[in-house]
Ligand binder design. Structure first.
Ligand code: ADP
Ligand code: MG
Length: 504
């Protein structure tokens, strides 16, 4: 009896040791964050200097003007690129403020379609689009006589050939369409346009963008100080407005207003300064994209819970916190599931429970007895009767992983600001101090429900932003949530580019 208690205490100490070690390895003091900021700015330069010069691809978007506010007419947008796809119709009245009550429809892409053929994927999307258009606003078939203009948001890494065409570089975020990344790559817009013509839908892709670019377009439409856009959702990415002369790898690039939106594909950023752990290494090597998307794997919604699961699995193997090792803890990505996915089950687990990803539901349980944590453990993970001290430990674990993610995300944002001289450090010459520097108001558009729905993530991000920038500069940097940015922004860009789509 006594022996068992001693053994049990020893095992508990081991569990605490696992957590303490994790906390230490995941530490992100402001000095480290500043190293990440510098690394981001350096990699951005390198990615702009030459093709393949950095893990940051710094892709040209050919978006060289942003919506002016005078756009008029009805435009459609299609937002594909994560858990769900969305179809929108936007009526533009010609005055900046007169936007925008879009008609929106959302559907999940079934998991088996995400990993089938381009024809299956685009037929599904084109069918939904056709139904949406046919239903019309008031039942009238607006597109019978006139060709519809579509802004197509396709949020995977695309090498653009023009503002309306490009090829998929690689699959990310659970998409795996072999014929789009094989030797003879299919052009993305062509895939959609062919599917639309199979469905007899009279519509043309006016722009092919990603969610970041759409968000920047809408953010800038509302507020001209918007210089960058960042997505925190299933995946993560950023884009920003860059001066043409800084895009060294593309000599002789002609742009309308002396700049172009650059799609950073920052999910692939990596720095030796990252507070990486053995769990991250394992997560990476077991993922479908080893050695790739390192920043995304530390930050984005798809991976946060998976890191937590891996630590918890190790704890439960090294101790008796859950008795025998619970089988559901061995299910990859179980902590990242949400009920919005179209599947009704995942490895035999009913998905309706997962409205909110487990990591945030547990992390944000503010009941003294951690009732929600107990419920999730019992109902969703089939681990009953977990003592309070273990439940507290789990909340701490979620906190460590999310805090690291949010703080690294903040460093990424400041990296962009540094690159474009908006972090307050650029103008310091001749002995002037930081506080003398006249800071321009700088707005960063943000989209994605990891940021909008996970309060702790958002708060940790803001806190780190202040720590890095300091109180003189931070008030000039505004993070603004741009709802429906990927969709409405793409419709706005479709309007902007509706007459002359070929560019570059
Ligand atoms: P997508 O990135 O698929 O376009 P969203 O921006 O809505 O869509 O992001 C969805 C992802 O954000 C989910 O897969 C999940 O990882 C994360 N997420 C959504 N809500 C929450 C939440 N409350 N807490 C933590 N993560 C969340
Ligand atoms: Mg999205």
């Amino acid at each position: 009896m006594v022996g068992r208690r001693v053994r049990s205490r020893r095992k508990w100490r081991r569990v605490l040791g696992v957590l303490a070690e994790l906390e230490e390895r995941c530490a992100t003091p402001v000095g480290k964050l500043k190293q990440v900021v510098d690394a981001m700015a350096v990699e951005m330069h390198a990615g702009l200097a030459s093709e393949g010069g950095s893990k940051l691809k710094m892709l040209l978007t050919f978006v060289d003007r942003l919506p002016s506010g005078s756009e008029k007419g009805t435009y459609y947008a299609l937002d594909v690129g994560g858990t769900n796809f969305r179809i929108l119709r936007v009526q533009l009245g010609g005055q900046r403020s007169s936007i925008l009550e879009p008609h929106v429809e959302q559907q999940a892409v079934p998991a088996h379609v995400m990993t089938s053929t381009s024809e299956n994927l685009f037929d599904l999307i084109a069918s939904a689009l056709k139904e949406f258009v046919d239903r019309g606003e008031d039942g009238s078939k607006t597109l019978v006589s006139r060709r519809g203009e579509l802004g197509f948001t396709f949020s995977f890494p695309v090498k653009q050939r023009s503002v309306s065409s490009g090829i998929l570089i690689k699959c990310t975020k659970g998409l795996h369409i072999e014929d789009m990344v094989s030797q003879v790559r299919r052009e993305v817009t062509e895939c959609l346009e062919q599917a639309m013509s199979r469905k007899r839908l009279n519509m043309r892709v006016a722009v092919l963008v990603n969610d970041t670019v759409g968000t920047l377009a809408l953010g800038h439409y509302h507020d001209e100080d918007t210089v960058a856009a960042v997505i925190f959702g299933t995946g993560t990415n950023a884009c920003y407005w860059e001066r043409t002369d800084a895009i060294i790898k593309c000599q002789g690039l002609l742009t309308t207003f002396g700049g172009m939106v650059i799609n950073m594909e920052w999910g692939n950023f990596w720095s030796s300064h990252f507070p990486s752990t053995s769990y991250d290494t394992d997560l990476d090597s077991h993922s479908s994209s080893p050695n790739d998307q390192g920043f995304e794997k530390m930050i984005s919604g798809m991976y946060l819970g998976e890191a937590v699961r891996r630590v918890l699995l190790r704890m439960s193997r090294e101790s008796d916190i859950f008795g025998t090792v619970p089988s559901r803890l061995s299910v990859p990505f179980i902590f990242s599931l949400t009920g919005l996915m179209n599947a009704t089950e995942f490895h035999g687990i009913p998905l309706f429970n997962f409205r909110i990803p487990m990591i945030s539901a547990m992390h944000e349980d503010d009941s003294p007895e951690l009732i929600e944590v107990a419920r999730i453990l019992e109902d969703d993970l089939e681990i009953p009767d977990v003592p309070l001290k273990v439940r507290k430990l789990i909340v701490k674990l979620c906190n460590v992983v999310t805090r690291r993610a949010a703080r690294l995300a903040a460093a990424g944002i400041v990296g962009i600001l540094k690159k474009i001289g908006r972090d307050g450090s650029g103008g310091i010459t001749g002995g002037r101090t930081r506080s003398d520097v006249k800071m321009r108001r700088t707005v960063v558009a943000i989209e994605g429900s990891l940021y909008t729905s996970y309060t702790m993530f958002r708060e940790y991000l803001h806190e780190a932003l202040w720590e890095i920038l300091g109180e003189d500069i931070a008030p000039h940097v505004i993070l603004k949530v741009i709802e429906d940015g990927p969709g409405i922004g793409a419709a706005l860009l479709a309007a902007t580019y509706s007459k002359d789509s070929v560019c570059g």
